[in-house]
Design a protein around this ligand. Structure first.
Ligand code: F0G
Length: 481
């Protein structure tokens, strides 16, 4: 929700009361300098005790509702046939209109099962954009991943409301080139995570579905951020302003053959699921479910989380819940633009993104612009964000870096967790950093896993630029900030 103020401004406003809080603290810049060095300049390796605001991700970190917490108290822990699962299956029937529901322990577990069952060596999986774990699973199954986005997606300054759209002409070309038999499915990711949380339109999904079904290709929908994408359709697509989030979700789901989600985002729990109306797909996946996840009525999830999930699934159809992230993110992005910072526009669905290529223009991409910026943001603010650039890509077979299309520092806004004053603080520290950006130097890997290296990789700061940055900060703000 947003409200108009008497001075003409419109601001986002919380449609909830805060009733449980978690203490946080801001360690001084001298400690932050030590902590980022100990973490190998990788924000994943920082500890909570060294963080003021944790904007690493919205995954599993959204604030849950009172009704979700209450539901957790009545979970049925039966190994098989647990009642909590049937409540989830009912919520899926109501909210998503699928007959078959398969819980899995989180989103990447769904991707693992899809890869196992539907993807063969030599296949090409088409998608509007990849997510890190998605690509890893499909490539491990021997397939190639091809992203067929429109040119607008890669513009970090844009007014195009649906940068997540799939390019239909490229889709047609791929069908001709590879042949439908070599394309196990086309995957549409709601509010494409790695390129700024950008949604696709209903019109685009409808056209993708038409092309897919004309050619016998399955449409897979990654709905980890489903309610956010539905919210953007309501706000940005002609003809949807008066439709409810629920009505938009129902229409979206009409075009879907197989749906999966990380439940850690839109539904604010820790888990995931796969849903479909095609019994054949369900049966093929079910063969592998007990091998990798667990029995069909818990699928590796805690039954408490399944209880919270059926409540969360229904709650995300409330426009105040679906819009809680996007509206505060829009405010965040606008405040960055007001301060002259290179934010990605339009605002997306899970985070505010800073375009590192426009921030640290003096650094080459080979020195990991987004990774360096993420480390610098932590030193200047105690705020943890996530690198979404070249470090998030694994190396090519010949050992060279695969340069990312975009170098972004992602400041995720877990839903209902942070307030406007937190946002103002971050924007202030980013502005200070921008004025002092020449002090930010490059990074180099010193320890590097082969797969998904961004999680545990360790780097070093070239010429220890971090020491000079921390000294400049301290001389301006004093030793306690
Ligand atoms: N698909 C999308 C679009 C995601 O954003 C994620 C996770 C996954 C799949 C994998 O789900 O983590 O539950 O296994 N995104 C998190 C993030 C990790 O920080 O953006 P998972």
């Amino acid at each position: 929700m947003s409200v108009k103020l008497s001075d003409g401004r419109t601001i986002p406003i919380e449609m909830h009361k805060v009733r449980i809080v978690q203490k946080t603290s801001l360690v001084p810049s001298s400690r932050r300098l030590e902590a980022i060095n100990e973490a190998g300049y990788n924000t994943f390796l920082l500890r909570t005790r060294d963080l003021f605001l944790d904007m690493l991700t919205d995954s599993g970190t959204n604030a849950m509702s009172d009704n979700q917490l209450a539901a957790m108290m009545v979970a049925d822990d039966a190994y098989a046939g647990c009642e909590s699962f049937y409540k989830l299956a009912d919520a899926v029937k109501d909210v998503l209109k699928f007959d078959y529901t398969m819980p899995v322990h989180q989103g990447r577990a769904a991707e693992h099962l899809l890869a196992k069952v539907f993807v063969k060596p030599g296949d090409t999986v088409l998608m509007n954009y990849h997510f890190t774990t998605t690509k890893a699973h499909f490539e491990l199954a021997g397939a190639s991943v091809l992203e067929i986005y429109t040119p607008e997606m890669m513009k970090t300054e844009s007014t195009q409301p649906f940068k997540g759209n799939l390019d239909l002409q490229r889709f047609k070309d791929c069908i001709k080139k590879f042949g439908p038999a070599k394309i196990p499915f086309v995957r549409m990711e709601a509010t494409t995570n790695l390129v700024g949380g950008q949604p696709f339109s209903m019109q685009n999904l409808k056209e993708v579905k038409k092309l897919a079904s004309d050619n016998g290709i399955m449409l897979v929908f990654d709905g980890s951020l489903l309610s956010e994408n539905a919210y953007f359709i309501k706000k940005r697509e002609k003809g949807y302003a008066d439709k409810s989030i629920q009505e938009i979700i129902w229409e979206l789901m009409e075009y879907v053959d197989l749906f999966y989600m990380s439940a850690r985002k839109s539904t604010s729990v820790r888990g995931g699921m796969i849903c479909t109306n095609k019994k054949e797909y369900y049966d093929r996946l079910l063969d592998w479910l007990p091998v990798y996840e667990g029995f069909s009525t818990y699928g590796g999830m805690s039954t408490k989380e399944i209880e919270a999930m059926h409540v969360g699934l229904r709650e995300m159809t409330d426009v105040a819940v679906a819009g809680a992230g996007p509206e505060f993110i829009e405010y965040f992005v606008q405040r960055m633009l007001d301060a002259g910072l290179p934010a990605v526009t339009p605002a997306g669905g899970l985070a505010a993104h800073v375009d590192a290529k426009r921030f640290v223009t003096h650094l080459p991409q080979s020195q990991y612009q987004a990774g360096a910026l993420a480390a610098a943001i932590y030193i200047a603010s105690g705020v943890r964000c996530m690198e979404r650039g070249t470090i998030s890509n694994d190396r090519a077979a010949d050992g060279s870096d695969v340069y990312a299309d975009l170098e972004l520092a992602r400041l995720a806004l877990p839903r209902r967790v942070y307030t406007m004053s937190h946002i103002e603080y971050v924007v202030d520290r980013l502005s200070w950093l921008y004025k002092n950006r020449k002090l930010i130097g490059g990074l180099r890997f010193v320890q590097e896993p082969k797969v998904l290296r961004f999680f545990f990789g360790r780097l070093e700061a070239l010429d220890r630029w971090d020491i000079k940055l921390a000294a400049a900060f301290k001389s301006e703000f004093g030793p306690d900030c």
